[in-house]
Write a protein that binds this ligand. Structure first.
Ligand SMILES: [Zn+2]
Length: 288
């Protein structure tokens, strides 16, 4: 799933490619993706693209005041095409194509979604704040308003909730998902199950620095990469996320996995939990 650094890089890449071009046509191949009806899709046609930006994990293409907003969710991606076919795509269960945006020079974007869980979402709105998921977003962790005091307030107000869940909740802090929450907790040497309001001043500073550094470095590395290069870039730089059974690059211990919410998380016991593996709650429930 693309998170803040990848969506930031996508926005930057698309800004360069789309600036000064007009949208000629938007084809929908997966109708479930389109979440709005007013303004109509046709409001985008003929509109000049002014800007491409990011709100949390949402991508926002501003076409002369009409916004095409995309949430790529779990398995969505954007593929740039120098030339798109002239024949409109047909809705098909076999194809991963969900939406095609054709530009005035016949170049364009294919927005795809792999897998069966269709959660890719597209909105056509006059104001990005009309998208409920954007209106609810917490502060952006790379923005100036995200100070250490702001982080302290957020963590205190979340009480005893596990820090992993708090970090990746979009209404609390925008843009951090399952992968980067694993990564920045590993960088901060902190247990993913640590209660949110239990950090002392040193731990708070360490976590704050980890958020800024891990996300900032990922954005730096992704800057200037094309959409097609971003996935492998992300994967090759992850220390623990998705690396169950591999060695921790910091201490050499084996990266472990435990179930969390609707998926799983990865962590290093030596770096993060005093050498003790976390109990898998789902497993222990099954064994009772
Ligand atoms: Zn380690």
């Amino acid at each position: 799933m693309p998170e803040l650094p990848e969506v930031e890089a996508l926005a930057l890449d698309l800004r360069g490619r789309l600036h000064g071009r007009a949208i000629a046509k938007v084809h929908i191949a997966a109708f479930s993706a389109l979440k709005t009806f007013d303004p109509p899709l046709s409001a985008l046609e003929g509109a000049l693209v002014d800007e491409v930006t990011r709100h949390g994990k949402f991508l926002d293409i501003d076409a002369s005041g009409t916004h095409l907003v995309l949430h790529l969710a779990r398995a969505g991606w954007v593929r740039w095409r120098d030339e798109v076919p002239t024949i409109p795509p047909k809705p098909s269960n076999k194809s991963t194509l969900a939406v095609r945006v054709v530009l005035d020079d016949q170049s364009g974007l294919d927005i795809t979604e792999a897998g069966t869980r269709k959660s890719l979402a597209m909105y056509v709105v006059r104001d990005p704040q009309d998208v409920p998921g954007i209106a609810r977003l917490g502060p952006d962790p790379l923005s100036e308003e995200f100070t250490i005091d702001r982080l302290r307030e957020i963590l205190e107000s979340e009480g005893r909730k596990q820090i992993k869940g708090v970090l990746r909740h979009q209404g609390t802090i925008a843009g951090i998902g399952n992968a980067y929450s694993d990564e920045l907790l590993h960088a901060a040497r902190m247990s993913p199950f640590k209660p949110s309001n239990s950090l002392d001043d040193t731990e708070l500073q360490t976590l704050y620095d980890a958020i800024r550094t891990v996300l900032g470095d990922a954005v730096e590395r992704s800057r200037g990469l094309a959409a097609s290069e971003l996935k492998s870039e992300k994967k090759s730089n992850l220390a623990v996320h998705g690396r169950t059974g591999e060695q921790c690059p910091v201490c050499g211990d084996i990266v472990r996995e435990v179930s969390f919410a609707d998926s799983s998380l990865q962590y290093c016991p030596t770096c993060q939990t005093g050498g003790k593996p976390l109990a898998d709650r789902r497993m222990s429930k099954l064994l009772k």
